[in-house]
Design a protein around this ligand. Structure first.
Ligand SMILES: Cc1cc2nc3c(=O)[nH]c(=O)nc-3n(C[C@H](O)[C@H](O)[C@H](O)COP(=O)(O)OP(=O)(O)OC[C@H]3O[C@@H](n4cnc5c(N)ncnc54)[C@H](O)[C@@H]3O)c2cc1C
Length: 832
C-alpha cells in the first residue's frame, strides 16, 4: 500500500469518490480509503434523484455542476453512470408555493439553471396519469432526473483511477495525528468474517499532506478521532417501491418516462421504477440515528419499514396518481441519511486543524458529489473556490453545539425539506437555547425572535398579546405580516430613537507585543489610534474578503474586534490560525473570544444623545457625548448609571448613535435604565429586520451578503477601507483579481406588495443579465424597495437604469450613489 500522498480522502461513497476525482483532475497525488466496499454507505440505497431545485446560492452551483458533470462521465470513462434525464416536475398546490418557485426562479437565473413553469393543463396534457385539478402549476427542470448512485460512483472512481488515484478498499482510518506539516494517519485492514466487517492485525501509517473526510454516517466517529465537533448525524429516511401499475405500463408503451414528480405540499417525491413507482416521503417524526456512532454490526444494512409513519404521504400519492391505488408494495428501503442542523452539508476546513478538510453531513449527497468535488478541490488547490462556500463552512456551527442539539435539529431539517422555504423563516426546534439576559424583558415587550448562531435576537417587535405561532403566520414570499412593525421600527430610528440588541456580535480581544504589527498585516485599513475605531477587512490569501471587523484600539497593543454574530467560530478560527502562523514574525499575541462576556445594545436616532445624557455619570454630562469629547468613530469608557460601558460612536443604521458594549451580567440593569430614560425621548425597541433595511439605505455592506470569499473589498467598492500603501495579507492577490464585478445600491420600483430578498437576478433595460442582488428590503426614507448587489463594473454608475426580476416580471431599478440616505453623514456626525 502507498504510504505517502499529497491528499488522502477517507470514505468511498459518492462524495469521497467525487472529491478524489477532482483532486486528481487538479493534478494532486491522491489516495482514497474505504473501510468496506465503495458505495457501501448511504450511497448504495439512495433513490438517485438529482434535484437542481435549491434555495441556496452555493448549493445551486454545486448541484448544477454535478448534473452537467455526470452527463460527461460516460464519454470520459466508458462507464454508463445510469443517468436518466427525465426531467423534474415540482408541483404546487397553493399560490404561496408558486411564489416560492418564482423566488427560486430568479435565483436560478443568476446561476444559469434552466427551468420552465407549467400550468395544470400543460401538466395534464403531457402526463395524464397525474391528477391536476387541485394544482396551481409546477416548476419543471427538463435537464435533471435520476441516476444510479452506484453506477455514478463507480464511473467517478474509474475516472479517478484513470487520473492516477489509488483506491484502497477494506482499510479503515483509526487515528489522525498532525505533525506540523503533514498528517500521520493510522489505518487498519478490515476483513469480512461471517458477514461481519472486522479489524485485522494489519496496520499501516500513511503520511498525507492533506486529508479530506467524507465518512457519511460515521461522522461522529470521525469527530471523536479528530477531537472536534461535527454536527452531522443521520436521520431515518425511507422510500417504498410499488408493483407494476398497469396504467403506467400501458401509458409507457407509447411514451417516455415520467419526470421525477414532486408534490412539495404533500412532502414527497415519486419516480418510475420498472413499471411501478418509488415514493419517497419526508415525513414527520423520522428519528435521528447513530447519535454516538455507527454500531460495528451496521454495514450496508437497513432499518425496518415504518409504514404508519408515512401513511399520510402514501395516501397523498394515491390522490395525485390515482392509478397507484390498487398496486401493491414490492420493496422498501429505510436507511440512514445524514443531516446537519440547517440541512446543508459541512464542506471546508475543519475547525482548529490544519490541512484537514471536512465533507460531511450530505442529505443530497448523490446530487452534490460532483459539485462538492469540484469546488472543494478549488479550495484546496487554489486556496479559495470561485463561489463563496461560507454557507457550507463547518465552522458556521459554534462550539456551543451539543449532540442533543444536533440530533433534534437534524430531525427538524429532515422534516423541513418540503416546507415552504420562506426567506423570513425561523425554525423552531431547540429554542430558546442561547439567550442574552434581557431576553425575557424583550419578549414581554412583544419581541419575536430569530436565531443567529444559536442566539435568540429580536427580529421585530409584534403585538404584546401575540398568540403562539404569530410569527409563523406572518411569513410570506411577499411583504409578510411583520412588515409594518419593521417599518415603524425603522422610522423610530430615523425620527426619534431606537434600541437594537446586538449581543450576538462576535467579539475578540487581540493584545500583546505582536498585536499591532499582526493586525496591521492581517487587515486592509490603517489601524486606528488609541481610543478610535476603524472598519477594516481581513482577506483570504486569494485576495477576497474573509471577515469584516470593527476594530477598537483600547490601548497601544490592545484591540477589541467586533464582527458578524453569525460567524463567531468562523472568524475566531481564522484569526487564531493566522496568529499562530505569524507569532514567530511579530511576537507574542494573545487572542481571546469574549463574545459571551459582553452584551451590546445599539442605540441610534436623533434623540440618542439626549437619552444617554440623561443617564451618563460624568462631571459634565452635557458635554460628555459632544463631538468634542466623543467624536464619531471613537470609543470611550463611560458609566451609565452604575453600569460601566465601552461605548463606540458608530451605528450600523446610519443615524447618530452609540453601541453600548456592557458586562453581560449587568445587561438587565442597563436595559431597565435605558427603557425608563427612553420614555421621555420616544425610545422604541427595534429588531434585526428594520436594521437590515436601514443599513442598505446607507450602503453598509453585510457580511455573508455583499461581503464574502467571492469578492474583494475593492469589488465591494470599499476602497476607503483599503490602504494600498501598506502591505497586508492578500494584497497582491486582491490587486491581481482586478474588478470583475462591482457592488451597488439600487432603489427599486417593485410590486406593490413585495420587496426583494437579496437573491434576485439583475438585467439591463435591454434584458441582458448583468448581476444579482445580495440584499433586499424596504426603504422608509425613499418609500420604495431597496437592494444591494453586484453588477458588471461598467454599469456600476449612479443613475444606471436596471431591471430586477421578481415574480417572473422585470421591475425598474436605478443605481444610486453610495449611501443614498444622508450621503455626507451629516446626521451621524451631528454635534450636540
Ligand atoms: C433512502 C434514501 C434515499 C436517498 N435518496 C437520495 C437521492 O435521491 N438523491 C440524493 O442526492 N441523495 C439521496 N440520499 C442521500 C444519499 O444517500 C447520501 O447523501 C449520500 O449517499 C452520501 O454520500 P457520502 O459519500 O457522503 O456517504 P456514504 O455513502 O455513507 O459514504 C461514506 C463512506 O465512508 C466510509 N467510511 C466511514 N468511516 C471510514 C473510515 N474511518 N475509514 C474508511 N472509510 C470510512 C463508509 O464505509 C462509507 O462507505 C438518500 C438517502 C437515503 C437513506
Amino acid at each position: 500500500m502507498k504510504t505517502e500522498v499529497k491528499a488522502l480522502v477517507v470514505g468511498g461513497g459518492a462524495v469521497g469518490t467525487g472529491i478524489a476525482y477532482h483532486l486528481a483532475k487538479r493534478g494532486w497525488d491522491t489516495m482514497l480509503l474505504e473501510r468496506d466496499e465503495l458505495t457501501s454507505g448511504s450511497t448504495w440505497h439512495a433513490a438517485g434523484l438529482l434535484p437542481l431545485f435549491n434555495m441556496g446560492y452555493a448549493t445551486t452551483h454545486i448541484h448544477k455542476y454535478s448534473v452537467d458533470f455526470y452527463k460527461s462521465l460516460e464519454a470520459e470513462t466508458g462507464l454508463d453512470a445510469g443517468f436518466f434525464v427525465v426531467g423534474n416536475l415540482r408541483m404546487a398546490q397553493t399560490q404561496e408555493r408558486m411564489d416560492e418557485y418564482m423566488l427560486y426562479s430568479t435565483t436560478a437565473e443568476t446561476a444559469g439553471v434552466y427551468h420552465e413553469f407549467l400550468s395544470p393543463a400543460e401538466i395534464k396534457d403531457r402526463w395524464p396519469l397525474v391528477r391536476t385539478e387541485d394544482l396551481k402549476g409546477a416548476l419543471f427542470h427538463p435537464q435533471d432526473g435520476y441516476i444510479n448512485p452506484a453506477d455514478v460512483t463507480m464511473a467517478m472512481a474509474k475516472g479517478a483511477r484513470q487520473r492516477g488515484v489509488t483506491i484502497e478498499r477494506k482499510w479503515q482510518v483509526d487515528g489522525y495525528r498532525w505533525m506540523g506539516d503533514h498528517w500521520r494517519v493510522s489505518v487498519t485492514r478490515m476483513e469480512d468474517r461471517g458477514g461481519n466487517l472486522l479489524p485485522t492485525e494489519d496496520r499501516e501509517v500513511i503520511r498525507a499532506e492533506h486529508v479530506v473526510t467524507a465518512t457519511g454516517n460515521h461522522a461522529q466517529r470521525t469527530a471523536k478521532l479528530l477531537g472536534i465537533k461535527i454536527p452531522a448525524i443521520p436521520v431515518e429516511h425511507q422510500y417504498i417501491v410499488t408493483e407494476q401499475d398497469p396504467a403506467l405500463v400501458q401509458w409507457r408503451s407509447t411514451n417516455p418516462q415520467h419526470p421525477v414528480l414532486r408534490d412539495a405540499d404533500a412532502k414527497w417525491y415519486v419516480r418510475e421504477e420498472r413499471g411501478g413507482w418509488i415514493l419517497g416521503p419526508y415525513e414527520r417524526n423520522a428519528p435521528a440515528r447513530f447519535e454516538y456512532g455507527v454500531p460495528e454490526s451496521f454495514r450496508a444494512d437497513l432499518f425496518p419499514l415504518d409504514l404508519d409513519r408515512i401513511e399520510v404521504e402514501y395516501m397523498s400519492m394515491i390522490h395525485r396518481l390515482p392509478s397507484s391505488e390498487t398496486v401493491g408494495l414490492k420493496d422498501d428501503y429505510n436507511g440512514p441519511i445524514c443531516y446537519t442542523p440547517d440541512g446543508n452539508p459541512l464542506v471546508g476546513p475543519a475547525p482548529g486543524l490544519r490541512n484537514m478538510w471536512l465533507a460531511e453531513g450530505f442529505s443530497f449527497g448523490i446530487t452534490a458529489a460532483g459539485g462538492t468535488g469540484h469546488y472543494l478541490a478549488q479550495m484546496m488547490v487554489d486556496g479559495e473556490a470561485e463561489i463563496d462556500m461560507a454557507s457550507l463552512d463547518p465552522k458556521r456551527f459554534g462550539n456551543w453545539m451539543t449532540t442533543e442539539y444536533a440530533a433534534r435539529k437534524n430531525e427538524e431539517a429532515y422534516e423541513h425539506v418540503f416546507i415552504l422555504h420562506h426567506p423570513d423563516e425561523e425554525r423552531p426546534a431547540c429554542r430558546p437555547l442561547r439567550t442574552s439576559p434581557a431576553y425575557d424583558r424583550q419578549k414581554s415587550r412583544g419581541a419575536q425572535f430569530g436565531q443567529v448562531n444559536g442566539w435568540e435576537r429580536p427580529i421585530y417587535f409584534g403585538p404584546l398579546d401575540a398568540p403562539e405561532g404569530f410569527d409563523h403566520d406572518t411569513r410570506s414570499f411577499r411583504r409578510g405580516g411583520w412588515w409594518q412593525y419593521a417599518v415603524d421600527e425603522a422610522k423610530a430610528i430615523r425620527e426619534t430613537v431606537g434600541m437594537i440588541d446586538a449581543t450576538a456580535f462576535a467579539k475578540h480581544r487581540v493584545k500583546g507585543p505582536g498585536a499591532t504589527a499582526f493586525l496591521d498585516w492581517f487587515t486592509t485599513n490603517k489601524l486606528p489610534k488609541v481610543g478610535r475605531i476603524n472598519l477594516t477587512y481581513a482577506l483570504t490569501d486569494a485576495g477576497t474578503t474573509r471577515t469584516e471587523y470593527t476594530i477598537v484600539r483600547l490601548a497601544e497593543d490592545d484591540y477589541y474586534l467586533v464582527s458578524a454574530g453569525a460567524w463567531a467560530d468562523y472568524d475566531g478560527d481564522f484569526l487564531r490560525k493566522s496568529v499562530e502562523d505569524m507569532e514567530p514574525t511579530f511576537g507574542r499575541i494573545e487572542v481571546q473570544d469574549v463574545t459571551t462576556q459582553w452584551g451590546v445594545f445599539a442605540l441610534a436616532g436623533p434623540n440618542s444623545r439626549a437619552l444617554l445624557s440623561a443617564v451618563i455619570k460624568d462631571a459634565d454630562p452635557e458635554s460628555a457625548l459632544s463631538n468634542k469629547r466623543f467624536p464619531w468613530l471613537s470609543a470611550r469608557r463611560i458609566e451609565l448609571g452604575m453600569c460601566p460601558v465601552q461605548a463606540i460612536r458608530v451605528a450600523y443604521t446610519g443615524e447618530l448613535g452609540w453601541e453600548l458594549h456592557h458586562p453581560i451580567e449587568m445587561q438587565n440593569y442597563l436595559f431597565d435604565l435605558l427603557m425608563k430614560a427612553g420614555e421621555a425621548h420616544g425610545l422604541k425597541l427595534v429588531g434585526a429586520r428594520a436594521q437590515n433595511w436601514l443599513r442598505q439605505e446607507k450602503s453598509y455592506r453585510a457580511f455573508g451578503n455583499e461581503l464574502g470569499r467571492d469578492a474583494t473589498p475593492l469589488e465591494a467598492d470599499l476602497p476607503r477601507f483599503v490602504d494600498q500603501e501598506k502591505d497586508f495579507r492578500g494584497k497582491a492577490a486582491m490587486q491581481a483579481l482586478g474588478i470583475r464585478s462591482k457592488c451597488v445600491t439600487v432603489l427599486i420600483d417593485g410590486p406593490a406588495d413585495a420587496d426583494p430578498w437579496g437573491r434576485e437576478a439583475l438585467y439591463t433595460e435591454g434584458g441582458e443579465k448583468i448581476g444579482r442582488l445580495t440584499s433586499g428590503g424596504y426603504s422608509v426614507a425613499f418609500g420604495k424597495s431597496i437592494g444591494m448587489g453586484y453588477i458588471r463594473p461598467d454599469l456600476a454608475v449612479p443613475g444606471t437604469k436596471l431591471k430586477v426580476r421578481m415574480f417572473r416580471e422585470l421591475f425598474d431599478a436605478v443605481v444610486t450613489e453610495d449611501s443614498p440616505y444622508d450621503p455626507t453623514n451629516a446626521r451621524i456626525r451631528q454635534d450636540g
